[in-house]
Design a protein around this ligand. Structure first.
Ligand code: NAG
Ligand code: NAG
Length: 373
């Protein structure tokens, strides 16, 4: 459920996570997902259980509409904005959002309570911890931690952080985003300082449908960015394109989606580039108990919620979509997934299964029936 204002500052941290309603027959071992596609059936069973939990919740939440929404923290404009958002979607969106949060919350709780899952950052391997800490941005003034996920509006969130720091005047200043400067990463703190922030700060992250994120990374990096074509594209073409003439120069600017997927299947999730590394590995939602997990699919609403929750001043807004923004449409995703050889697809989904299940996304329908349309 969406945290209410009164909860602020009293977040229990590392509270009992053993409310394991469900016992798995098979246990998911982080990092081993790549090898064991046997995990898939149990996760599917699990998803069905989660889905029915969601239904129950909806029934429970029949009373939800009568509950008052959390009082806005900011004054003036932010309240007005919230009222407008409220008008566009009279209550329904709010209830949906709370249900989704609750489903994610329950799923994460029960999956993470399995004994092989990490329970704190100390139970991560040094490599896992390093990746995590390098992806958590810190704001000491507003007391929050944001785990950024590339391809999930992270540039926009970084802009917001820079405005909150006072480095940028407004989120609309048209500069190219510098992804390192003027940002504070949790990895730059000492262990006690890290623990303190993890315990006391408001922690959030944003997620996106896993295949959509992957496709977005593929189209952006291999379609547009020369350094990626050189660094990854050349290697991928050399490794996977058997038909190429041996002495022809390889530019790496025409990697196909199937070749990219082959490359992903051969790469250890923990060593992937951050643009396609599973969100699970970037943000470790079992080791860090996030207070809020927003969705790219409800970016505007969820971002506004976070801004309100951290007490951002009213003039700090979440930026509008950039004009050059090219959305991944349902049709595009359908096309790419349906043209992918079944064998690759069957291995790809397990690789990202924790992102699907923990954050409550359906597995894509890639039956021949569905793909015919
Ligand atoms: C999950 O629920 C707990 C309380 O039961 C709450 O404190 C926490 O913020 C929730 N987390 C998310 C991501 O909604
Ligand atoms: C997949 O799509 C087909 C055709 O649209 C439909 O008949 C089938 O029920 C769907 N399967 C799932 C699991 O949604």
């Amino acid at each position: 459920m969406l945290p209410r204002r009164q909860d602020f500052g009293m977040k229990k941290s590392g509270g009992p996570r053993n409310s394991s309603v469900i016992n798995f027959r098979t246990t998911v071992i982080p990092g081993s997902v790549r090898r064991s596609s046997a995990v898939l059936p149990s996760v599917l069973t699990f998803l069905v259980i989660v889905a029915s939990g969601g239904l129950l919740l909806m029934i429970e939440k029949g009373m939800l509409s009568s509950m008052e929404t959390p009082p806005p923290r900011g004054a003036g404009k932010r309240q007005d904005f919230m009222r407008q958002v409220g008008k566009l979607s009279p209550g329904a969106e709010d209830v949906d959002s709370q249900i989704l949060q609750e489903i994610r919350n329950r799923t994460i709780k029960s999956m993470c309570s399995q004994k092989n899952m990490p329970h704190s950052i100390m139970s991560l391997t040094p490599l896992q911890r390093k990746t995590l800490l390098q992806h958590i941005l810190v704001n000491d003034q507003y007391h929050f931690l944001y785990c950024y996920v590339p391809k999930v509006a992270c540039s926009n969130w970084k802009r917001v952080l820079k405005v909150l720091n006072g480095v940028l005047e407004s989120v609309d200043v048209s500069i190219k985003m510098d992804h390192r400067s003027d940002l504070q990463f949790l990895s730059s703190f000492k262990p006690e300082q890290i623990q303190y922030r993890l315990k006391h700060y408001f922690k959030f992250m944003f997620v996106r449908e896993p295949m959509e994120r992957l496709l977005s990374a593929y189209r952006n990096k291999f379609g547009e960015i020369e350094s990626y074509q050189k660094k990854y594209g050349v290697e991928i073409v050399k490794r996977y394109r058997k038909t190429r003439a041996k002495d022809a120069p390889v530019k790496g600017d025409d990697v196909t989606f199937a070749e990219f997927v082959r490359y992903l299947l051969d790469t250890d999730a923990e060593r992937m580039n951050e643009h396609w590394m599973p969100v699970y590995n970037l943000c470790q939602p079992c080791a860090v108990s996030y207070d809020f997990i927003g969705s790219y699919e409800h970016l505007e609403r969820d971002s506004e919620f976070v801004l309100q929750r951290i007490g951002a001043p009213p003039h700090v807004r979440f930026p509008e979509r950039q004009t050059w923004y090219k959305p991944v449409t349902t049709e595009t995703l359908h096309y790419y997934l349906c043209t992918l050889p079944q064998k690759l697809l069957r291995e790809l989904l397990p690789k990202y299964i924790l992102d699907f299940s923990l954050f409550a996304y359906h597995l894509p329908n890639t039956t021949t029936e569905h793909c015919r349309h």
